[in-house]
Each structure stands twice: as structure tokens, then as C-alpha cells.
Design a protein around this ligand. Sequence first.
Ligand SMILES: *[C@@H]1O[C@H](CO)[C@@H](O)[C@H](O)[C@H]1NC(C)=O
Ligand SMILES: *[C@@H]1O[C@H](CO)[C@@H](O)[C@H](O)[C@H]1NC(C)=O
Length: 311
Amino acid sequence: MTQPKLFDKRSNYIMHFLFLLLPFSFTSAASLPNPDGPYNVGYSQHIIPQITLNDPTPGPGNAILSHLYFPTHDSNRSSPRDNWGDALELLRGLLDQLTTELRRDASFLSAPTGDPTVLFSPAAGFNAWMYKGLLAGLASHGYTVLAIDHPGEPPVVRWPNGTDIIGLSIEVYEFRVTDLAAVLAWFPTFVRNAHALFDTSRLLALGHSMGGSASVTFAPDHQSVEAAVNLDGGFSQQHTVLTNAGLPVLLKSSIYHTTRSDPSWAEFQEHQTGWWEHIAIYGSGHLDYSDIATWSEALGLPPLVQSNLVR
Ligand SMILES: *[C@@H]1O[C@H](CO)[C@@H](O)[C@H](O)[C@H]1NC(C)=O
Ligand SMILES: *[C@@H]1O[C@H](CO)[C@@H](O)[C@H](O)[C@H]1NC(C)=O
């Protein structure tokens, strides 16, 4: 097991973003882009028991928080306030203004959509809620999405009862892999007890940045996980560079993330025996795979300069 790495200033994207926002003041509510699929999106939170031995974070080390996004026909609305709330005064009145269109604890569909379930792992030090655009978008198209937070890792994780766990922004790559396995093990019993018709036999592992490379590492060890998508995540040299997942892997990157700038991606592409594709989106930056870039837009700010932010 590698030592947890404390973030340096430059790699802490969230704080970087907040400092960019400091000179601005906000007066009107802004909305994130709405999910564009045929379904409305339901949302619920679940605490999943998961013992993390020698957890280097200040989290409790015995549970993770998961966020379920799912298709629903319910049309009542609520805005989940699972953001950093009071924990970071800077954010008060700012992120609260970004409203979303999720239906909390909505009812499940009475027929399966036929789409696989997606397990989602955020970037190091990021919360799952920073990906609502992507995750709610997937759910609106019929996918069930389970996203995870490791309490103690991002600056703040708020439990459903309102208690905040203040984190250290430390990188816990190995724990992401075992956290994903814990969610996968928990899911079938949950689905049975909830009488939901979510797919428990066909899953896709999806993640951003470190969460993306953790998804690729996690997927081959679990029969029900059929493919992985890595959004701009380097297979950091501190971790074992995964050279062959065997199953289909889609790599999506910012324009700054190339096999030349990241030898771990070159190594992966050389050895992977399963199907793979690498798509670099022209003009995109690392944060375009999260909501953070859209926060600026929704709040009427100039676009973030991302050329110095890589994986
Ligand atoms: C939303 O509506 C459904 C019925 O359509 C109901 O069961 C559920 O409790 C409602 N949720 C909220 C938060 O009001
Ligand atoms: C809130 O929930 C967390 C997670 O289940 C638990 O550890 C904590 O004790 C709860 N806090 C209160 C005040 O109930």
C-alpha cells in the first residue's frame, strides 16, 4: 500500500476554484443545465458499512456515503442540499444558489429500462455531488447510478443527518477500489429490499481523474462489471500502472492529457487486450468532466483557465 499523498496547492482544484470566485458577489439564483433524457431523476442517499483498515483520513473508517441517481416518473421537485453547507463559510450563499432538479426519494420505475447500472467514483478530494450534471444526465436516460464519497477524503462530507465530516483532501486510491467493491456487494440486497428493478448483473465502472483509474483497476476483478470508463485519470506512477484490464475500456481526456504527457496512458494502450478507445475532446480541460466548469457558467463568470490543471 502506498502512502497517502497530501495534495499540493496546485492540484487542489476546488480550492483553486474558490479563490477565483472570491472577488465576485452573487445576487441571483443560477441553475445547472437540466438533465436532457426522457425520465425525471430521483435521488437518495445511503450509508454503506465498509471497514477501512488504517484509514489515513479523519473519517470514521467504518462507512461510506453513496448517492443513488435513478430514473423516475415522479414530477415533484426538491433541491437536495448535500453541499458543503456551513463547513466552508466561503461557499455559503454561493453554491446554494445553484439549484438542481432532482426528486428526492422519488418512486422507482415499475419496469426495467434495460440500461446497466453505473458505479461512479469522483476525483481525489472531490465530492460525488460535484458531478450532478453527468450523473443526473445518465439517470434521465435510464441508467441507475451509484456514486460514492469516502468521508474524510474531500474537504467535507455531510451525512444524511446533517453531521459534517471535515476531510483532509488526501488521496486514497486503494480505498477507492475497495469502496467500489463494497458498494457492489451492498447493491443486490438493497435492490431486493427496495423492490427496485435496477440491473444488478450488468454494471459499468465510471470515474473521473483518480476515480477513473480506480474504476479501471476495480472492474476486472468483478464478473458483473462489464466495462470501465476513465475520464481523464492518469494511472499515477505511485500506484501500480494497470497494463491490461481485459474488458472494454473507454478513455476520455482533456486536450492537455496525451500519451506523451502521461506515459501511464501509453503503457495502458500498449498492453490492453480488451477493446479500448481514447477520445480527447478538443478544447476541453480536466474540470470539464465535472460540474465545476459549469458552475462558472451558471454563475455568469468567465470560463476557468484549465491549461495548468492536469489529471
Ligand atoms: C414525490 O411524489 C411521490 C409520488 O409521486 C411520493 O411518493 C414522494 O413521497 C414524493 N416526494 C416528496 C419529496 O415529496
Ligand atoms: C449522523 O450520522 C453518522 C453516520 O451514520 C453517525 O456516525 C453520527 O453519529 C450521526 N450523528 C448524530 C448527531 O446523530
